[in-house]
Design a binder for this molecule. Sequence first.
Ligand code: ARG
Length: 268
Amino acid sequence: MTTILMCRPTHFDVSYQINPWMDPSAGAKAEIAVAEWQKLYEKYLELGYDIELIDQVEGLPDMVYAANGGFTLDGKAYGAKFAFPERVDEGPAYMDWFDAHGFEVFEPKYVNEGEGDMLMAGETILAGWGLRSTIESHDELRRIFDREVLSLRLVDPRFYHLDTALTVLEGAEGQDGPNVAFLREAFDEPSLKLLDQRFPDAIHASAADAEVLGLNMFGTGGDLVVSDRLTDLDRQLEDAGYRTHAVGLPELLKGGGSIKCCTLLLRR
Ligand code: ARG
């Protein structure tokens, strides 16, 4: 059973700029965000996911991007410690939720933005650093979860979280072990070497597909919910044996986030 946490964007806004996609003058609207978020929510229900909800706190417009709320595995939740002051209060809000919903909560010492920068590929945690999460947080991850952590350095400010630059692909019929799709330009050379060694059959996304935050998708067991703005990646995924389900999140894109950003896996 896939269980996820989402946050309905009742107080969504783009009132500050902490990534290159955010433009406070673009006039983002909470009502529009709620309507498109609802479609994503319904698509997930259709795919059989179990969805839990956290209430958005007024004054924390980015809280809708639940992926940044922490990282959960084995019933433990590693709390987020945000890089920008505008999002700092989301850390405790999510930690309180984890605590009230059966997780053993680990308070973070180091800056990390949760699952936005931490993706499981099999039993390995792929972890981004350099733009938001710190490399020190990867040691905390190792200590708490006792898993291999593969550190990947992000270098392009447009792809500031790992989940904007890379997707883990698991569950297509006939695929052995996890694979990934990613944008090469988003990583430094040593990280590309690691990725090439680990994932020789990786799918390489085009800049055009990455620029609509097309790598920010979510799915399990061969199904993938993807952006309706993909031009090539949808075909690449289908060729690799995945069923794609397109949704559009143009309002939430104004905050620099898309499908995966709105989705946090709960691994109890
Ligand atoms: N406005 C948010 C920020 O810049 C967007 C977060 C997107 N989340 C993600 N998991 N990539 O922090």
